[in-house]
Design a protein around this ligand. Structure first.
Ligand code: ZN
Length: 209
């Protein structure tokens, strides 16, 4: 398998597969966002002999070429857990409420205390989909379809950057926390590390949903 020499900043990656290899863009981008000492530890943990002085790129190439596919999936899960696993839902929502660019530039943070949970009415319930209405707007969270919808004005433009509106953030506080955590982590991972359009969550209008 050959990995292009592109760094995270010169996307897209050209990943050439030889045979059935597990190499998701998410994993490659996660690895590129990991420090060399941690990469060296991960390589060792997954059975690769320690070679001093390897660059991050060397380490990543080695890991992708030599670690078995099922272990690469574990590795991806470890990297995701290291970034998001310890965060409570409120903290995940804070990240989801701002875009990746705003995040880096320290943009203004939307206030989360604007909508009280009492203001939301559940219209339809049941995993994997919940429909709410609050403050005259309708929301849908469908974790199986990876679909989010709200008919507010903020959502219609924020959705292009995969950013949540305050209505959907409120809805995420109301659905069972295991679903909310899993969905938010998936959303944030794909938003930050995913390259493929088809992996992204659909941000839609409630009428279409
Ligand atoms: Zn909204």
């Amino acid at each position: 398998m050959v990995i292009s020499s592109a760094s995270r900043t010169d996307k897209p990656f050209a990943v050439i597969h030889s045979g059935e290899c597990y190499t998701s863009a998410v994993l490659i981008n996660l690895l590129h966002d990991t420090s060399p000492p941690v990469l060296a530890l991960l390589a060792e943990k997954h059975g690769l002999q320690r070679i001093p002085g390897l660059t991050a790129r060397n380490l990543i190439t080695r890991i992708l070429a030599r670690v078995a596919d099922e272990d690469l999936l574990d590795l991806q899960n470890e990297l995701v857990a290291a970034r998001f696993g310890a965060l409570p839902i409120d903290a995940l929502l804070e990240i989801a409420l701002i875009g990746e660019q705003d995040h880096k530039g320290g943009g203004s943070k939307p206030r989360m205390d604007q909508i009280s949970l009492d203001e939301a009415t559940l219209l339809r319930s049941g995993p994997p989909r919940w429909d709410y209405t609050m403050r005259g707007h309708d929301q849908v969270i469908d974790v199986a379809q990876r679909l989010l919808a709200c008919d507010c004005e903020f959502f219609s433009f924020a959705s292009k950057r995969q950013v949540l509106c305050k209505h959907l953030a409120t809805a995420f506080k109301l659905i069972p926390s295991t679903y909310a955590r899993e969905a938010l982590i998936d959303l944030l991972v794909v938003r930050r590390y995913g390259d493929r359009q088809e992996d992204r969550w659909d941000f839609d209008s409630p009428r279409a949903a």
